[in-house]
Design a protein around this ligand. Structure first.
Ligand code: 1CP
Length: 351
C-alpha cells in the first residue's frame, strides 16, 4: 500500500488516492504580486532572478501565503526560467513586459548551452527548499516544481512569450532533430534539478506544461507526452513513492492521452476541463486538482461561492485537490482567498 495514504499531510493522502471530506487547498502562484507583503519584500531585490536565487528572500516569499491563509501546501518560490538561465541563456524580467531571454538567431546555440552544469548552478534553490522543510508547519506539504521541456523551450526559442507558440511549433516541424534534441537536454537537466529539490526536502513535484494548448495530436505526443513521460519515469526510478502532478494547461480532451501516457499521479485541470463530460472520460480514481477560474477569485462574492459549490459537487467521491485553473492574478484582493478557504472548509461534506 502507498505509505502516503496514512500521512499526516492531507495533500499527500489525497495524491495517494484518499478521498477527504474537505479537500486540501493551495493556489497556483499563491506567492506573488497580489500580496502587499510580497511587494514589500520584492523591493529589497528588484532583479527577479537574483530574488529567486536568494534563499532568505525566496523562502520568505514562499512562507508568506502559508502564514496568512494556512494553506495545505506551499510551492517553492522560484521560476520555470531559472533552468535556461543556469544553462547560460540570459533571462531578465522587464516591468510590465514579462520574461525576456537572449535571442539566438542560430537555434543550434540552444543545444550548445551548458546543459550538464545547469542543475548544479541552482544550489541556492536547494538551500531554499532545505530552509522551508525546516520552517513550514508539520502538516503543510512542500511542492517543488519545474517547467516541462516544451513550455520552457517556447520561451527559449522565441526569446520570451511566444504568441500561439508559433516559433516553437514552426521549429518542431521544420527541424525536428534540433527541437527533439533541445527537449531531451532540457529534460535531462530538469530531472537533475528536480531530484536535487526532492533530496533537499520537497514532498511533491509539479510539472508546469503551461503551453500545452493548440497542438495537433502527433505533436502533443512528441513534444508534451514523450518528454514528460521520460522525466516522470526517471524521477520514479530514483524516488518510487514521489507524487508527481502534471498541469497540461489548455490541452482539452488530450488530457486522457496525457494522464495515460505520462504516468503522472495527478493532473491539474484548467478552467475549461473542470466539467462532467471531461471527468466521465477519466477513471473514477484519477487524482484531480484545480479548475477554478482565477478571474472569479479576483471578482469574489456570491458567484464565487456558487462556483466553489459546483466544483465540490463535481468532484464529490474523487480524490481532489482544490486549486485554480491557472495562476492567481495580481488584481486578486487577499480577502477573496480568505473567503475561498472559509467556504471550502465550511461546506458540509458531500455524501
Ligand atoms: O514581478 C514579479 O514579482 C515577478 C512575477 C513572477 C512571480 C511571482 C514571475 C515572473 N514568476 C513568479 C514566481 C513563480 N513562477 C512561481 C512561484 C510562486 C508561486 O507559485 O506562488 C511559479 C510556480 C512560477 C511558474 C511559472 N513561471 C510558470 C508556470 C505557471 C504559469 O503561470 O503558467 C510560467 C509560465 C512562468 C514564466 C513567468 N515568470 C514570470 C512571469 C510573469 C511568467 C509568465 C509569463 C507569460 O505569461 O508568458
Amino acid at each position: 500500500m502507498n505509505q502516503n495514504r496514512s500521512s499526516s499531510k492531507k495533500m499527500l493522502r489525497t495524491l495517494a488516492g484518499v478521498v477527504e471530506a474537505v479537500p486540501p487547498i493551495w493556489l497556483m502562484r499563491q506567492a506573488g504580486r497580489y500580496l502587499p507583503e510580497y511587494l514589500a519584500l520584492r523591493r529589497e531585490e528588484p532583479d527577479f532572478i537574483a530574488f529567486c536565487l536568494n534563499p532568505d528572500l525566496a523562502s520568505e516569499a514562499t512562507l508568506q501565503p502559508i502564514r496568512r491563509f494556512g494553506l495545505d501546501a506551499s510551492i517553492l518560490f522560484a521560476d520555470i526560467l531559472l533552468l535556461p538561465h543556469a544553462a547560460g541563456q540570459k533571462v531578465w524580467f522587464e516591468k510590465d513586459h514579462g520574461p525576456r531571454l537572449e535571442l539566438f538567431s542560430d537555434k543550434q546555440q540552444l543545444i550548445r548551452l551548458d546543459w550538464d552544469r545547469a542543475a548544479g548552478e541552482l544550489s541556492p534553490v536547494y538551500e531554499t527548499v532545505r530552509r522551508l522543510r525546516r520552517d513550514l508547519p508539520q502538516d503543510c506539504t512542500l511542492i517543488g516544481f519545474a517547467g516541462s521541456p516544451w513550455t520552457v523551450s517556447t520561451y527559449m526559442i522565441a526569446g520570451g512569450k511566444d504568441a500561439d507558440r508559433w516559433q516553437a511549433r514552426t521549429l518542431a516541424w521544420s527541424d525536428p532533430v534540433l527541437l527533439d534534441d533541445l527537449l531531451e537536454r532540457l529534460g535531462a537537466a530538469t530531472v537533475k534539478y528536480l531530484c536535487a529539490q526532492v533530496e533537499a526536502g520537497a514532498d511533491v513535484i509539479q510539472l508546469f506544461e503551461s503551453w500545452a494548448e493548440g497542438l495537433p495530436q502527433p505533436l502533443f505526443e512528441r513534444v508534451v507526452i514523450r518528454p514528460t513521460q521520460a522525466i516522470v519515469r526517471k524521477l520514479k526510478a530514483r524516488f518510487p513513492g514521489l507524487p508527481v502532478i502534471g498541469f497540461p494547461r489548455g490541452c482539452g480532451t488530450l488530457l486522457m492521452d496525457y494522464v495515460q501516457g505520462t504516468g503522472v499521479d495527478a493532473v491539474s485541470l484548467d478552467m475549461s476541463q473542470a466539467n462532467a463530460a471531461m471527468l466521465n472520460l477519466l477513471s473514477k480514481d484519477a487524482v484531480l486538482q484545480g479548475g477554478l477560474d482565477p478571474a472569479l477569485l479576483a471578482t469574489g462574492g456570491p458567484l464565487l461561492a456558487a462556483e466553489i459549490t459546483r466544483l465540490l459537487d463535481l468532484m464529490a467521491g474523487r480524490p481532489y485537490v482544490f486549486n485554480l485553473g491557472h495562476g492567481i492574478s495580481k488584481e486578486t484582493p487577499p480577502e477573496h482567498v480568505e473567503q475561498l478557504i472559509r467556504l471550502i472548509r465550511e461546506t458540509p461534506p458531500q455524501p
